[in-house]
Design a binder for this molecule. Structure first.
Ligand SMILES: Cc1ncc(COP(=O)(O)O)c(C=O)c1O
Length: 429
């Protein structure tokens, strides 16, 4: 976009008396100076010290490494409720949990707007997904559709909490508990605040809450996943799915029966994650403050909608998802309109990107083509119109949010005059 920019901006200026050369995509100065934004996981010296502790321990693996055990204990304390078992990744954690409950039925109810790695384990366990649509307000799975999909064949319901948005779905949980033998698995990979109580002394009604500690998530460590549960059998199942041998209790013991996935936790990742637990509460407070500061400045912009509930206090704000309403903006109702705006924002230095573009089943070879996107209208609408802004974590602060807001303002002021550019971009596809 940048290369064609200034010349075309000039000719456009002469013919229509509109000068949009102030936009960075057309040669102007970016609203967010280069180097101003600190990208997550906000690497710093304390992470080096955490890694050095593993090196000094002289042990780089093993599930009973004291650092891993300390991490499990401290994280359990942080949650205030759950027993915690670390495994290799969030995906592995979902697999282990589903594997434990797979004999309860043949199907798993899950949202069509989802992360491929989150639903992949349904297939690993020999189960079939029943996909349901999501809410246009906050991407949370449609509670009524999920209730209707819940039949006697359901072994589990997988509640994915995307972008930090909590999916409490209390009626769905209650229906599962009263009328179904299905397990409730909460995928909180993007929404870590859910492992803490959701009210005074009130934990989420769940059989397993899954956390990912990968570098893009709140624990910003390395590859690492956590199963948070009160189900002791599930805790024991971790080793059955994962380990060929265990040294959890001292002596090395070979498992008499194992699926052998070797989902062992990475000690280096656990060390970084352990070092971050102390700051996790403050991190969430900062993310919430930043999200509120930015949204307050840009909420008046025509056709820009939040894909989160601005007043929800337990939002983890992994990032800020938005969608646009091109009709309200007088722009073509096509995904290319969103792509064009994302291009303008990126040129201004705003860390935005387009997430997935298809319902989750289209990303998995064994399921592709079995359902139609038309059956999940909200999912498809979100995928055609959404983008998300990633860097809202500390040390980025309200001043950084003000710079992002300036970029949005600058672009939105010019959008009414950019309709033909958007149309050009659409035709070029
Ligand atoms: C919603 C969701 N679930 C599960 C996962 C899997 O976590 P991991 O990358 O630790 O395997 C991710 C990872 O991005 C995710 O976003």
């Amino acid at each position: 976009m940048q290369s064609v920019a200034s010349e075309r901006a000039w000719s456009r200026t002469r013919s229509n008396f509109i000068d949009y050369s102030s936009l960075a995509a057309f040669g102007g100065t970016p609203a967010v100076p280069s180097g101003r934004v600190v990208p997550w996981p906000a690497a710093n010296e304390t992470h080096l010290r955490s890694l050095a502790a593993v090196v000094k321990s002289g042990k780089y693996h093993r599930v009973n490494h004291p650092i891993v055990q300390e991490f499990e204990k401290k994280f359990s304390e942080w949650t205030g409720w759950w027993n915690v078992r670390a495994v290799a990744t969030g995906t592995a954690a979902i697999h282990v949990a589903l594997d434990q409950f797979k004999t309860r039925g043949r199907t798993v109810v899950a949202a069509a707007l989802n992360w491929p790695g989150a639903v992949g384990p349904i297939h690993f366990c020999g189960l079939e997904p029943t996909f349901v649509d999501v809410s246009l307000e906050d991407t949370v799975l449609d509670q009524e559709a999920a209730k209707a999909a819940l039949d006697s064949d359901a072994s589990a319901i997988l509640v994915t909490h995307l972008f930090g948005n909590p999916a409490f779905v209390p009626e769905l949980r209650s229906q599962v508990r009263h009328f179904s033998g299905a397990a409730i698995i909460d995928d909180a990979a993007q929404s870590i605040a859910l492992v803490r109580s959701i009210g005074p002394g009130l934990p989420l009604d769940s059989d397993a809450v899954i956390v990912s500690a990968n570098g893009a998530k709140h624990l910003g460590a390395g590859e690492l996943g956590l199963i948070c549960t009160r189900d002791q059998e599930l805790v024991e199942h971790v080793d059955r799915v994962s380990l060929t041998s265990s040294a959890r209790n001292g002596e090395r013991v070979f498992s008499p029966m194992t699926e052998g996935y070797n989902y062992r936790p990475n000690v280096f990742s656990a060390a970084v994650a352990l070092g971050r637990i102390g700051e996790l509460g403050d991190q969430l407070v900062c993310r919430r403050k930043n999200a509120a500061a930015l949204w307050n400045k840009i909420m008046h912009l025509d056709g820009l909608r939040p894909l989160f509930r601005p007043s929800e206090p337990s939002n983890s704000f992994l990032n800020l998802p938005f969608r646009i309403d091109p009709e309200q903006m007088g722009l073509p109702q096509r995904p290319e309109t969103r792509d064009f705006i994302v291009g303008l924002l990126k040129a201004e230095g705003v860390p935005v990107s387009v997430w997935l573009t298809k319902p989750v089943f289209e990303y998995l070879p064994h399921w592709r083509g079995r359902w139609s996107a038309a059956d999940f209208p909200n999912t498809q609408r979100i995928l055609d119109t959404m983008f998300h802004l990633t860097e809202i974590a500390p040390p980025n602060d309200e001043e950084t949010m003000a710079l992002y807001a300036d970029a949005f303002e600058k672009i939105w002021a010019m959008l009414p005059y950019l309709g033909d550019r958007v149309a050009d971009a659409s035709r070029a596809r």
